[in-house]
Design a protein around this ligand. Structure first.
Ligand code: TXA
Ligand code: MG
Length: 324
């Protein structure tokens, strides 16, 4: 008894929107990673989503919207700098943390006074959100569609591999193809006087500064929690080592210009940072599917997207016991 993977055609999107309004769960493609969507105003639906992910109940989730205009439903105020960011980067791989309105309940915000909002830049996600709004809904919570602490899925099949055993038979996974970005959205705390990057992603610090004229602050200047910021996260079963010295029979991830060490199994050879981001999670997942016990990865240098890639690699490599 497993959920179905359905092609993201109009009739399947409409059926998925109805299923969400009825309290069901839907694997939703987005341009960053696949999400596990539930009606953001339905406490029972959100609870079943937490259960499927085995996620602790006090971790806040992002509310996904069909348009920036819908944000006013969920927040009590929007600072000018956040309005610039919305205008420049929505729909797209950016989540804004804003002071919540009474619509954003504790079961969405983890009892914090803020709520995370995102307008995703994927045509299937946007169509699903629009249909859901037509049916009277106001937003969909959608954490990455993986079990808690594991690697975010970037394909419909990866969602099935993660959650197929725990979703209901009537739940669906919409297949919108492989995620274009491949890393989760940049999360920006907008509850203070200036933006704070809580999770690096495809929208970079330089782009944020260019958009709103304010230099983003470091995350230790905020008190809000981000589960992806726990040290160990995005972890495959294989151990990840940030070193070029791959041993015999281990997996290897590095830019294409770096040759594969003798006896290692090449998992990804991206030509640039965009390809690195796009291929990273699929490569970690491939190692597990191949039954490898070790992965060696050479982290990319530089700013921008390289910061987000290094962030995910170092969390995947963290050997401690905390998970997020
Ligand atoms: O790209 C993405 O953001 C994907 C796709 C599916 O949209 N979603 C995603 O959701 O990565 P999730 O739940 O795996 O990660 C969201 C992060 C969590 O670490 C959570 O703690 C943080 O956002 N977050 C959500 N609301 C927050 C809030 N009010 N304050 C601080 N952090 C918040
Ligand atoms: Mg996640």
């Amino acid at each position: 008894m497993s959920p179905k993977i359905l092609p993201a055609q109009a009739q399947n999107i409409t059926a998925a929107a109805k299923h969400l309004r009825a309290g069901g769960l839907v694997g939703m493609p987005t341009e960053t990673v696949y999400g596990l969507a539930a009606d953001a105003e339905n406490q029972a639906a959100v609870a079943s989503m937490y259960l499927a992910k085995a996620r602790p109940g006090d971790h806040p989730v992002i509310v996904h919207l069909a348009s920036a205009g819908a944000a006013t439903n969920w927040v009590s105020s929007i600072p000018e700098f956040a309005k610039s960011l919305m205008k420049d980067f929505w729909p797209g791989p950016m989540t804004l943390i804003l002071p919540r309105s009474s619509r954003a309940k504790d079961f969405v915000t983890g009892s914090q006074d803020s709520v995370g909002l995102r307008v995703p830049g994927h045509p299937v996600a946007l169509e699903l959100l629009r249909k859901f709004e037509e049916l009277g809904g106001h937003g969909l919570v959608a954490p990455s569609a993986n079990r808690y602490g594991s690697v975010s899925p970037t394909t419909a099949q990866a969602v099935f591999d993660e959650l197929g055993g725990v979703l209901a038979e009537r739940d669906v996974i919409l297949d919108g193809g492989a995620a274009e970005v491949g890393l989760e959205s940049t999360i920006i705390d907008c509850t203070g006087a200036a933006p704070v990057i809580l999770r690096p992603g495809a929208i970079t610090s330089a782009q944020i500064e260019q958009s709103c004229g304010l230099k983003p602050h470091a995350p230790n200047e905020t008190k809000v929690r981000v589960s992806g910021s726990h040290k160990k996260h995005y972890s495959p079963r294989a151990t990840v080592h940030l070193s070029p010295d791959a041993t015999l029979g281990s997996g290897f991830i590095a830019l294409a210009e770096i040759p594969t060490p003798a006896g290692a199994i090449r998992l990804a050879q991206p030509n640039n940072l965009e390809e690195y981001a796009n291929q990273l999670f699929a490569a970690l997942r491939a190692a597990d599917n191949l039954g490898l016990s070790k992965i060696f990865a050479v982290a990319p240098q530089g700013d921008g997207l390289a910061i987000a890639i290094r962030d995910r690699l170092s969390r995947a490599a963290h050997q401690g016991s905390e998970i997020g």
